[in-house]
Design a protein around this ligand. Sequence first.
Ligand code: ADP
Ligand code: ZN
Length: 290
Amino acid sequence: MRIGAIEAGGTKFICGVGNEQGEILERISFPTEAPETTLEQAVTFFRDKGVEAIGIGSFGPIDLDRSSPAYGRVTTTPKPGWAGFDFVGYMKRFFPVPVGFDTDVNAAVFGEAKWGAAQGLDSCVYYTIGTGVGVGVYAEGKLVHGLVHPEGGHVLTRRHPEDPFKGVCPFHGDCLEGMASGPAIEKRWGVKGSELPDDHQAWEMEAFYLAQALSGVILLLSPKKVILGGGVMHQKQLFPLVRKLVARNLNGYVVAPDILDEMDNYIVPPGLGDNAGLCGALALGIEAAK
Ligand code: ADP
Ligand code: ZN
């Protein structure tokens, strides 16, 4: 079976065709512009591929409530043309096949649970630390949606004692995304994160904020794996810093060998690397086809 996959990001779209083994056979990428302009390219790519289902992992917020008249739509984004856009409806008009639809981070966590770092586990969380911060949640063998969908990138933070930075979140200022996203790092230090040296103070501070969020999610959901992806996590020195601070925050309270002795295998990069989102969309497509 050939399945279409769309990783719909706020800055770029990646479309792929894959199979049930999680292999991506073909892919294409283009910038995210107005919805029709962008999706026309997706439609052209999929047109002769004979896909039997399509999975979409989308930037948000999106409507995932199947009983809602707005199911399948992007809801309140400031991205020009996208607010209220019927993403699923548009694709179904061209491809009358089952369409799976979820957040980009739920797609990524699903892909990781199926084929990546959390393979075989029935729970894990996936954080992306990029232009924004997002969290996908997989618990008891299912993706978690709740009332709308988890938005763990916007939890409030306790400030680092040496950090006067106000934060970049237009809604909350110093929430996690406001303090720890790529744009937050760039604004705080005046250069892109990729240009800061490995031993710069920025990384200790970044780890301080990430470790707070992770400690909270570990206490709240008790996930069996915590996966950290996104552009900022290309800074590999963050992993040991985050693990150390999570252990310090939890302070021996959560009694589990994964946390007390095996932290290196507990807080990890995506097993699928930068393919987590696209493979996740593929997994959503496979699920929709069932
Ligand atoms: P997006 O979130 O738009 O899908 P990314 O996950 O690549 O894309 O995140 C982009 C953000 O990550 C930018 O703010 C960029 O500055 C930052 N970033 C990308 N690569 C690195 C790197 N190697 N080190 C630090 N920050 C990075
Ligand atoms: Zn926020």
